[in-house]
Design a protein around this ligand. Sequence first.
Ligand code: 13P
Ligand code: SF4
Length: 304
Amino acid sequence: MNDLQKEIIKLKEEKNAIILAHNYQTGDIQEIADFMGDSLELCIKASEIEGKDLVVFCGVDFMAETAAILNPDKKIIIPDHQAECPMAHMLPADEVIKAKERHPGAAVVLYVNTLAEAKAEADILCTSSNAVKIVNSLDEDTVLFGPDMNLAWYTSQQTDKEIITIPEGGHCYVHKMFTTGDIFFSREKYPDADILVHPECDPEIQKFADYVLSTGGMLKHVAESPKKTFIIGTEVDLVTRLKRENPEKTIIPALSEAICKTMKLHTLEKVKNALLNEECIVTVDDETADNARSAVERMIEVSK
Ligand code: 13P
Ligand code: SF4
């Protein structure tokens, strides 16, 4: 650990804080996190926090907001308040309301990558690791699903329910970067490798991969598989974590340019300042949080 990391650990103890980090954080932040995970694991962890005064969330806005929704009595801070997920901003709450009016009787399943106001309009949330399970748990035959059209496609392949995607064309610019050429190149160069891709990738990428998994699913797969080489089709810093935790295996990014710029806005310096100054505070108004909480909690319940 470097001096700055040691300072952060000391400060974290003095402030009785916990640091949560998404798997796309840089290696130096991964090293000082108390807990790292995919979106679902972070939601579950955030729902179980006890005895801490402060939660530092190294992830993007919708993740920190979800932690705030689940912990109305705790201070949730994000090291850089500009760390937004562009996809989460593609589905405003009023679009969800309009879709509900057009399709009365349909269930509303929103990806956790949405803002709190949209979540407040959902019946239940999902993440990339549980979308199929969530959709199949519903009584309704028709499901409004958004904002990621690729996760919607992935889910539609594994359910008999009618999936109506909202909005048109919701996507993640990072996972849109992968081309079939990237996958074919990896297959040719590493014929014995398992190719793992995220369900936010385009359908043709998913079709040519060996496994379609959330970031948490990829970590589990690599740890448990007897294979030696893995091609990773998601954001590059998942590879950083995979390499650290599986030093005996060969982990190769399918595309080293797949970088989520806003995830990288957090730095050790900003984590230190966030702890020192107890900012930037993430807030969700009470009414929105109350309405969104039931959709988050329902997802956690179904995922158990
Ligand atoms: P995971 O839940 O798989 O970590 O995905 C989160 C995300 O934002 C993917 O881009
Ligand atoms: Fe959002 Fe894509 Fe970044 Fe995930 S990788 S946080 S979906 S922009």
